[in-house]
Design a protein around this ligand. Structure first.
Ligand code: C2E
Ligand code: CA
Ligand code: CA
Length: 258
């Protein structure tokens, strides 16, 4: 997909309202690669003329223009609905910091999961380090409410932002997702040391650890030995349409593995 494709807020608003968005799902596997634990919903814009447009080309615009509330609500509704059909699987949804500015956000998530029939303990909210942490008290309050409902909270892209250790102590995360940039470099002494330290810290805090962007068997071997609980990346699967997840689960069922 070309980088120079021009996108306007009006186009994007129309895409959201006309259901021209689609969710693909990328599995998070147990570190041995044997079992799918979770799927992360990743939005794409399916434009009739321009084809499948990746999120990096429109999420920033949605955030800048304020459309992210509506777009994010679409994502949560769709993910809860599709995810409800996959018993036993966690469904992770990326939530932009801006969505938390809406005081009705937590109630919306609760009501949406509820009406989709998705048990709260199968929903994971992924948040990134960033602007949202400016107001730690508010973040703490909102995230605690989600946790109290039984939902999980993942800290995404760990290591790329500026989350301080205080946030890790104060905010009720259940998982840390180590950013791909560390995984890419895990043959280097520096990145390996950081991964070991992050895993040790996470485990001491009682958090799960997922490593993102795993592409090679060597990376898997290292990350598994380092103690990561889950791995996600092209080595296992890219993000795929919902029907492919349903097919994977049906195949596992037929084989008596779930
Ligand atoms: P992310 O949440 O960090 O998602 C991981 C991105 O890395 C995905 O790109 C995924 O396809 C890609 N990826 C996964 N494994 C590998 C790998 O082994 N190698 C490589 N090279 N890449 C890998 P995608 O789907 O293009 O999403 C990009 C970003 O857009 C996401 O990064 C997330 O920040 C944002 N995003 C996607 N969907 C949503 C959404 O519904 N809401 C919000 N607010 N942001 C979203
Ligand atoms: Ca994510
Ligand atoms: Ca990430």
């Amino acid at each position: 997909m070309a980088n120079h494709i021009s996108i306007t807020v009006d186009d994007l608003r129309e895409a959201v309202r006309n259901d021209h968005l689609v969710l693909h799902y990328q599995p998070e596997m147990t570190a041995d690669g044997a079992r799918m634990e979770c799927v992360e919903a990743l939005v794409r814009w399916q434009d009739p003329e321009r084809g499948l447009i990746p999120p990096r080309l429109f999420i920033p615009l949605a955030e800048k223009s304020g459309l992210i509330g509506e777009l994010g609500a679409w994502v949560i509704r769709r993910a809860c609905r599709e995810g409800a059909a996959w018993p036993g699987l966690m469904i992770a949804v990326n939530v932009s910091p801006f969505q938390f500015r809406d005081p009705g956000f937590v109630d919306f998530v609760r009501a949406t999961a509820d009406s989709a029939g998705l048990p709260f303990n199968r929903l994971e909210i992924e948040v990134t380090e960033g602007a949202y942490f400016d107001d730690v008290d508010r973040a703490q309050n909102e995230l605690r409410r989600l946790r109290a409902l039984g939902m999980s909270i993942a800290l995404d892209d760990f290591g790329t932002g500026y989350a301080s250790l205080t946030y890790l102590r104060r905010l009720p995360f259940t998982k840390i997702k180590i950013d791909k940039s560390f995984v890419d470099e895990c043959q280097s002494v520096g990145a390996a040391a950081i991964i070991h330290a992050v895993v040790a810290m996470s485990r001491a805090l009682g958090l799960k650890v997922t490593a993102e962007g795993v592409e090679t068997v060597e990376q898997q071997r290292f990350l598994r030995a380092a103690g990561c609980h889950y791995l996600q990346g092209f080595l296992f699967s890219p993000a795929v349409p919902a029907r492919d997840i349903s097919a994977k689960l049906a195949a596992l069922n037929a084989a008596g593995q779930v």
